[in-house]
Write a new protein. Structure first.
Length: 282
């Protein structure tokens, strides 16, 4: 398909989306993330990985201080800030690419934006913290509104959906409506259908198959399928499963209209999407 062209407005820069697939590189400063938990807890390790992510070709750095994997335990706001704020403060002004804070707490988002972040990536799309919209609006921050279901403790315990594509579309429309009603500029919004969040493996696969449906909402589309559990459920487990399974999901997402791929393996996914973009003539 032909992707619609957008300009994602951020406080101090902008990102052109659609002519070229953007890569959001993941940096988890957590001890328990499902993929890289405990790898980048120290400030030196975290900042070194951030610079590596940039050099490997990422367009955005997404920093998270609380794991949202199945079975994860929420941390308090003070602990989340202790993990992410020193990293953002160290990197702000030193990276060429904008920093995103992966949080659903307005208190964390506000301090992260003040420290130099330009994007808030909220897994709840403002559902968990009603003050988040004001925090995002004030500095004109970019925002990713991700679809999820249930409370923080029940994200991965949701019943099946009768009509996954229809229900996700309606929920995203409501999230967009809340954001716009709160005064957030449309040009700062990106949407994410939330692969794996409140969705069984077959429902996540359906979302990937029908991704083009969400393009009708007329907002840039981000997909976060990297190393998700559904990959291990459909492919034989092995050292290559996460990488090649993720590659298949990212490739299909781009072909179905995704503008941004949120990934762990930045170097490999950069090569993948650049090749796809060239083939498609993006």
């Amino acid at each position: 398909m032909t992707r619609r062209i957008y300009t994602w407005k951020l406080p101090r820069t902008q990102i052109d989306l659609g002519r070229r697939t953007a890569i959001m590189g993941i940096l988890n400063v957590t001890p328990d993330s499902f993929s890289d938990g405990g790898c980048y807890l120290g400030i030196d390790e975290a900042t070194a990985r951030a610079h590596q992510i940039q050099e490997e070709g990422a367009d955005i750095l997404d920093i998270g201080g609380e794991s949202s994997r199945p079975g994860s335990t929420p941390v308090c706001e003070e602990e989340e800030l202790r993990r992410v704020l020193p990293v953002i403060e160290t990197l702000a002004g030193r990276l060429r690419i904008p920093i995103s804070i992966d949080t659903y707490r307005s208190g964390v988002a506000g301090k992260a934006l003040a420290a130099g972040a330009q994007i808030v990536n909220d897994i709840s799309a403002f559902r968990f913290d009603p003050e988040m919209a004001d925090v995002v609006r004030a500095p004109g921050a970019g925002v990713v509104l991700m679809h999820s279901r249930g409370s923080r403790g029940e994200l991965h315990l949701q019943p099946r959906m009768e009509d996954p594509i229809g229900e996700i579309t309606q929920d995203l429309e409501r999230s967009i409506g809340r954001a716009v009603e709160a005064g957030i500029e449309k040009s700062t919004i990106v949407i994410d259908p939330g692969i794996g969040f409140g969705k069984r493996a077959d429902e996540s696969l359906l979302v990937l198959r029908k991704l083009e449906a969400f393009s009708k909402l007329q907002y840039p589309l981000l997909i976060g399928a990297s190393r998700k559990s559904f990959v291990r459920k459909v492919a034989r487990e092995g050292p290559e499963t996460r990488l090649w399974g993720t590659s298949a999901a990212v490739a299909l997402s781009v072909l179905q209209g995704a503008h941004i791929a949120r990934v762990h393996d930045v170097r490999e996914m950069r090569a993948l999407v650049d090749t796809l973009d060239a083939i498609m003539g993006s």
